[in-house]
Design a protein around this ligand. Structure first.
Ligand code: SF4
Length: 396
């Protein structure tokens, strides 16, 4: 029988079948380990990685896909959501609760594990309690490796950091990321060619942009076409400005890393210009829309990313950059400032405090949902996890 959304009845369906639907009450049943998530079965004929065009996800792909599916099921509920499982689902073995249920409820261990104990388990029950089980820690918290992105994720919302860096819940790429990535590819290619003395023509730079374009995440064909046209225009304006500017970049898309106590910070510069007298100018290209000079200056001054670049330069080269700039590609507007030692101290404190908080949250297995506000809007509005997050403040 076909599903009828108007019919006031119980609908029995798979999670796949429920995609895009919503119900006042949802029962997710049979949530036992080995059934949800199912065991990973490898393909009968393994395809060599080199032949796969898509960017393969990192980590346990099967587990991540199953987790995503679990959250799809859980977020079908408008008012009430029930998780159901049983130790006995037929078969010889006693079943354990699905780890996804424990994750969703922020529980490290199931209380139900304590019922129906074997005689040996009953004796063990009186043994001294084992150290508290914590969430699977996916990195060594003593030496923490942070990127500028992960620091920003944590500062935006600790719960979001948990989704991305601890649970690694895969999400569809947001169209703004695809747009920014294509712009950065074209800008990087042009700057490299300019540095090497054979600057690309406008047509060649646009070709790089076209080739780097990825349709993932765009809402409709019209939306994609509109963004692509805006991107081409931004590249054209950038090309015209840059081809008239005699200044040559020193570093382009250059990786860096440095350590502060037990924290390693890794990142990448978009562009660094070093002029005679060690005058360092660090530029970060942005693809955000609707920018004016005042906003650009304010964003540059508040940018943790720029401050971390400057801190790297100081720690590694003992040079305080002369200028830090956010360059907005669509308008050509630049927001800049000259960092002081006080700015660097502030950036160092921010990194160390963030690392300490991440360590504490990881050890306590508790990442609070504390979305930052952008003006009056909570970060949830822009968060890729807002449709699965139980604490989301976004009206979806
Ligand atoms: S939806 Fe909001 S509360 Fe949930 S992870 Fe995202 S920012 Fe945090």
């Amino acid at each position: 029988m076909e599903f009828d959304p108007e019919l006031d009845a119980v609908n029995v369906m798979t999670v796949h079948g429920a995609k895009g639907l919503e119900f006042p009450v949802v029962f997710m049943v049979n949530l036992v380990a080995d059934r949800f998530p199912t065991r990973s079965r490898s393909d009968a004929i393994e395809v060599p990685t080199g032949l796969i065009r898509e960017t393969l996800p990192r980590g346990d792909w099967h587990l991540e896909e199953e987790r995503r599916l679990f959250y799809v099921g859980a977020t079908r509920a408008k008012n009430l959501l029930y998780f159901s499982w049983s130790r006995d689902v037929g078969g010889a073995r006693v079943k354990k609760i699905s780890p996804f249920v424990l994750e969703a409820l922020d529980k490290a261990k199931s209380a139900a594990d304590l019922i129906k104990l074997s005689p040996l388990e009953k004796i063990e029950k009186f043994a001294p309690p084992p150290p508290r089980q914590t969430q699977q820690v996916m990195f060594d918290v003593d030496v923490l490796k942070l990127t500028q992105g992960s620091i920003d994720d944590y500062l935006t919302c600790a719960y979001k950091y948990r989704y991305i860096h601890i649970l690694r819940v895969p999400i569809m790429r947001h169209h703004a990321i695809a747009y920014g990535a294509a712009l950065h590819s074209a800008v990087g290619a042009y700057l490299n060619s300019k540095k090497n003395g054979r600057p690309l023509t406008l047509a060649q730079t646009l070709e790089v942009f076209e080739n780097a374009w990825d349709s993932e995440g765009f809402l409709t064909v019209e939306h994609e076409e509109k963004r692509k046209a805006a991107g081409k225009l931004a590249i054209e304006k950038f090309w015209k400005r840059e081809s008239k500017d005699p200044k040559l970049p020193t570093l382009i898309e250059s990786k860096f890393n440095f350590s502060l106590k037990e924290v390693t910070i890794v990142g990448r510069f978009d562009r660094v210009d070093i002029e005679p007298g060690s005058k360092v100018h660090i530029i970060d290209y942005k693809s955000s829309e609707n920018m004016d000079q005042e906003k650009a200056n304010a964003q540059a001054k508040e940018s943790n990313q720029l401050a971390i670049y400057a801190l790297y330069y100081w720690k590694r080269h003992k040079i305080l950059p002369q200028k830090l700039t956010l360059h907005f590609l669509e308008t050509g507007i630049e927001g800049s400032y000259t960092p002081t030692q006080k700015d660097l101290d502030k950036a160092e404190k921010l990194i160390l405090d963030t690392a300490e908080n991440i360590r504490a949250d990881t050890k306590n297995n508790h990442f609070p949902a504390n979305p930052k506000y952008f003006g009056r809007e909570p970060a949830c509005v822009y968060c890729a996890y807002n449709s699965i997050c139980p604490f989301s403040l976004a009206k979806i």
